[in-house]
Design a protein around this ligand. Structure first.
Ligand code: PLP
Length: 395
């Protein structure tokens, strides 16, 4: 049996999304900026998608800018908001469990003379509004960026409260909602964030397209100089099939479908977590038990290196992922696990299982059995695979 438990990495394209995209590759292939009928057809598809994205997150269509995905939206938000508002100060605050897209964009800002301070997460992976307030009390910041949901441990942040604190101290608030949109309710009117990033391939849409929401009246520097697309803020011919796919995917993943999907997925996740905890008492369930994404389960297996365990599971037909990233032949421990208080060594031992709408109970129980079976064979299996991998790196 092959089981895909890596829906937080990416999701398969929904067939209805593919149907929506297909006409814009060939028949209605026009440039959305052309004045003729081909262009008008394409422009209509882009406008429709913009309205659907706006509706899904409680925004106005004019506040939605299409991007190439979550990474681009995060980079644009962090850098574009900071530089456009630098007259108010050159300090930004980001949480220490942000995705690399935010952390790396913040690093780039340092080269432009910005100070970047890191808001430390609590041991359960939640960021505290009180801590943020303390950081802002004595020294103001122009921007605060905290993700709505963490991609490794699935923890949900109190964005509404964090935004209120940021605004109370004169800072703008951006949130990376890439993992959240399509999984939990996301409403910019409720949270009052100034900017929000999302990405289609996390909710059964195509890869290579996403969006940045920017509240009306908030100043942001342009991302790509070029044509007049996206109100002259992000030049480049609009990828109409991708944008149409994003619109359809977000429409299908939100609204009345959101709760039934989330309920089904969290039921499967809970079945998995409950069985794994009872059959492997040594494992540690990371993150907050309650305030987490419905699809996320993250475990530390004290007896195994996460990456090697993931490879062993792959041989058993199970696709999941480890937090550790491979860089120049050695494993980098996950910054999220380190932020939770794990040592460098133990931070390499986490494995993320993320569930989706195509998983079944039978698959879940198969995975639990396989994980338990494999764990009993450890450490032999895992160290053997680790050695093989090391040899590959050395070649
Ligand atoms: N932010 C978060 C929280 C993510 O999980 C990801 C992707 O995994 C990204 C940003 C980047 O999104 P994209 O793959 O669309 O560039």
């Amino acid at each position: 049996m092959n089981v895909y438990l890596d829906y937080s990495a990416t999701t398969p394209l929904d067939e209805d999304v593919l149907k929506e995209m297909t006409p814009y590759f060939c028949g209605s292939f026009g440039n959305a900026d052309s004045v003729h009928s081909y262009g008008r057809d394409a422009a209509y598809a882009v406008d429709t998608a913009r309205r659907k994205v706006a509706k899904a997150i409680g925004a106005n269509p004019g506040e939605i800018y299409f991007t190439s995905g979550g990474t681009e939206a995060d980079n644009w938000a962090v850098r574009g908001l900071a530089t456009a508002n630098a007259d108010k100060g050159k300090r930004i605050i980001v949480s220490d469990i942000e995705h690399a897209a935010v952390l790396s964009a913040a690093e780039l800002l340092k080269k432009e003379g910005f100070a970047v301070d890191y808001l430390k997460t609590e041991p359960n992976g939640i960021v505290s509004p009180e801590k943020l307030d303390n950081m802002l009390k004595n020294d103001s910041a122009v921007l605060v960026s905290v993700m709505t949901a963490n991609n490794e441990i699935g923890t949900l942040q109190p964005i509404e409260k964090l935004a209120a604190v940021a605004h109370g101290r004169g800072a703008l608030m951006h949130t990376d909602a890439v993992q959240a949109v399509g999984s939990i309710e996301v409403d910019v009117k409720k949270t009052e964030v100034d900017a929000l990033s999302l990405s289609a391939h996390k909710f059964y849409g195509p890869k290579g397209v996403g969006a940045l929401y920017v509240k009306t009246g908030v100043k942001i520097d342009k991302l790509i100089a070029g044509g007049h697309q996206e109100k002259s803020r992000r030049g480049g011919t609009t990828p109409v099939p991708l944008v149409a796919g994003l619109g359809k995917a977000i429409e299908l993943a939100t609204g009345e479908n959101l709760s039934p999907n989330a309920e089904k997925i969290s039921r499967l996740r809970d079945l998995f977590v409950c069985n794994l905890k009872s059959r492997l008492p040594g494992v540690i369930y990371n993150g907050d038990e309650i305030r987490r994404l419905p699809q996320n389960a993250n475990f530390t297996f004290p007896f195994a290196e996460g990456e090697a365990f993931v490879m062993a599971l792959d041989l058993a037909g199970i696709a999941c992922s480890s937090g550790a990233a491979c860089s120049s032949g050695s494993l980098e421990p996950s910054h999220v696990m380190k932020a939770l208080g794990y040592t460098e060594n133990d931070a390499k031992k986490s494995v993320r299982f993320s569930f989706g709408k195509f998983n079944t109970e039978q698959e879940v129980m198969y995975c639990v059995d396989k994980i338990v079976e494999l764990s009993k064979k450890l450490p032999e299996t895992v160290s053997l695979i680790a050695e093989t991998k090391q040899i590959k790196h050395n070649v």
